[in-house]
Write a protein that binds this ligand. Sequence first.
Ligand SMILES: C[S@@+](CC[C@H](N)C(=O)[O-])C[C@H]1O[C@@H](n2cnc3c(N)ncnc32)[C@H](O)[C@@H]1O
Length: 339
Amino acid sequence: MIEKYTNRILQGDCLEQFKNIPDNSVDMTFADPPFNLKKKYKSYKDNLEFQEYLNWCEKWIREMVRVTKPTGSIFLHNIPKWLTFYATYLNKLAHFKHWISWDAPTAPMGKSLQPAHYGILFYTKEPKGAKINELRYPHKRDRKQGFLIKDYGGKKYLLHKFGPLVSDVWTDIHRIKHNKKRDPHPCQLPIHLLDRLILLTTDENDIVLDPFSGTGTTAISAKRLGRRYIGFELDEKYAKISKEKLEKTEANFKLGETWVSFYLKKVVTIKHKDWEELEKYFIVPSPSKIIDYKKIIIRDKRYIPIDNNYSKINGSKVNKILETEIIKMSDIQQKLPIG
Ligand SMILES: C[S@@+](CC[C@H](N)C(=O)[O-])C[C@H]1O[C@@H](n2cnc3c(N)ncnc32)[C@H](O)[C@@H]1O
């Protein structure tokens, strides 16, 4: 039954689309809803009354929990203000794991502290038995000299060769700044942010559902990591762009047989348990103490997959629809924060 809806972007209202999805059928749900911040969406009014917005959110949050499998996870991305309400509601339906703080500048909210992170609530459907993987990301280094940012003193030889375990504060994933890397959408998320959530909670062929798919970030991440996807999107234009990009996306984010997240030709997230298998694809600093100034590098550039959606965007292969829209929307994109 669920197969009918997988690997598709379904255009329409998410509450209507959810009616087609059976209970306990999806491995991971992720939502990046409109933040009710008066954003210029094409077909949606982003300025509901306070309680009206929250009542609407409760409806789709309930649906997300309903369709998630007992081994599955639920992620909600928003500004902290709305997440405090989401958490109160979700605590009754699912099980809190983490508040992930994604370090990224956000819109000024008034004469108070400058908001500098988005939150991603991470809940599991059941208290036990959820599929969760430990992840690793590359050591943080000084951009000019390449030295490790943290001083580990005489303990450098104990460091993991690839990098530390991913914590609940993410400072290494940046908002999409360049127009050539984005679509005509006011709040597109970086794909490798979704790669990280997908590697955290799913395996190959699992199903990932995003009820506010936008221009298909979650679906593209799922596809290139060998997962199945379901996306709902109200706006016809965004759904069309997603479909075009998905057609060009390949399930190729792997080293050998192991799924990993790439960004700018580097591996940026791996599952901890895969390291033994992955190590052979890297030149690892030796002796281990030179890790202080010597990066781990991929052994052969041919291992790096081609991203058909953005790699040639300045060249002849650029999609003409995207090109014109990028120019038209560029001013808006410069000014607006995510969400
Ligand atoms: C914050 S954006 C999501 C962006 C997405 N994460 C991306 O990276 O492209 C929210 C999206 O939800 C869509 N939307 C708004 N109301 C909706 C509804 N009732 N059902 C489905 N989609 C809706 C908007 O058109 C918008 O594209």
